[in-house]
Design a protein around this ligand. Structure first.
Ligand code: TXA
Ligand code: MG
Length: 335
């Protein structure tokens, strides 16, 4: 299949003025798989009510069939496919949507293609804030099911080039926009039982959630064989070379040879002797840049065939660094 690319970088503020916008919108109604930018990572989007289209997405990604997809919406008015929203969930939606958080809610019967939820009676929903994603959702008037637009097991894509690297020839098109600003996947909050559980950490942290609904949030279990979010059990985000994480960052000199990639904030570069340096962010207060650059750097290192080893400077584990360290744990196999 030929993968069409629509470069919308000059139209991000008003996608409706893009000359080929109708061509893009029509693709979704035809049941095609189109990668779109979101603020977290690029997603591979299809009409969530089209069973055949949804099946193709699992195929293109090589995704295990027991791993359900997130449905993306433009407006809360579209939420008639979930059971009535309780007041606390409503408050969280109003506080963080549009934005990088998905809510798992009880599914109303016969609304969404069965493949989307992998047979579950619950569904994950997100309202992305990226302006291009929002305009596409608004103009299609569809519910769009969209997993991250990577091959299963590879780092999620934060640029359209990453999408092309994995899925060119396997999907119908790519809406090419800017680098995703958040850089790691959305927080997934399970609201099907009480207290609500964080099933996947993301940019919306436990502290931020507790501020809106005090005492209503707990951490889910991330790393057992039966997590709330099935996606958490797979060895995700894994680069080709093994990663070693130095907990709490570099304290002493790191002496390595040329086949080693060293990933750390600029403020630690003076401790690194040898190897190939990849700048993660400015310093350890700059977790936002670290999240934004994480997958980008992992993919860049994968492309460099001279690298056989990766050393990462870890952050001190706390609420703000939970999402970053979770992805790094996955990529390193917790080494
Ligand atoms: O930021 C994001 O969430 C991105 C962008 C594209 O929106 N999407 C994304 O989708 O990361 P995906 O498919 O790569 O990850 C979805 C995660 C998986 O871990 C999946 O198991 C979990 O959400 N999930 C989806 N529906 C669920 C459900 N009904 N119950 C439990 N977990 C669910
Ligand atoms: Mg994914």
């Amino acid at each position: 299949m030929q993968t069409k690319v629509w470069d919308v970088c000059n139209y991000v503020d008003d996608l409706s003025t893009y000359p080929h916008i109708n061509d893009i919108i029509q693709q979704f109604h035809a049941g095609h798989m189109i990668a779109i930018p979101t603020e977290t990572v690029y997603g591979l989007a299809v009409d969530a009510t089209n069973e055949e289209a949804v099946k193709q997405v699992f195929q293109a990604k090589g995704r295990p069939s027991d791993n359900p997809l997130i449905v993306h919406i433009y407006s809360k008015d579209q939420l008639d496919f979930v059971s009535p929203i309780e007041e606390r969930v409503n408050r969280l939606m109003d506080a963080f949507w549009p934005g990088p958080i998905s809510f798992i809610l009880p599914l109303a019967p016969n609304t969404i293609a069965k493949t989307v939820t992998a047979g579950k009676e619950t569904i994950a929903v997100r309202m992305p804030s990226d302006s291009v994603a929002r305009e596409i959702l608004k103009l299609t008037k569809l519910l769009l099911a969209a997993p991250s637009a990577n091959t299963s097991g590879r780092p999620s894509p934060t640029t359209y080039e990453h999408v092309a690297e994995d899925l060119s020839g396997k999907i119908h098109g790519i809406v090419a926009s800017n680098h995703s600003v958040v850089g790691v996947e959305s927080t997934v909050l399970d609201c099907t039982s009480y207290p609500f559980k964080i099933a996947r950490p993301g940019a919306i942290t436990e502290t931020m959630l507790q501020e809106v609904v005090p005492g209503c949030i707990t951490q889910g279990v991330f790393d057992n064989d039966n997590p709330i979010a099935p996606g958490m059990k797979y060895r995700h985000y894994a680069p080709n070379s093994p990663i070693t994480v130095i907990e709490n960052g570099f304290q002493t000199e790191i002496i390595v040879d040329d086949s080693t990639a060293v990933v750390a904030p600029k403020s630690e570069v003076h401790l690194v002797k040898g190897g190939k340096f990849y700048e993660l962010c400015h310093d350890k207060s700059d977790i936002k840049t670290a999240m934004k650059r994480l997958y980008y750097i992992l993919r860049a290192i994968d492309q460099d065939k001279t690298i056989t080893n990766i050393i990462f400077s870890g952050f001190i584990r706390n609420d703000a660094t939970a999402a970053f360290m979770n992805r790094l744990d996955k990529a390193s196999g917790e080494k």
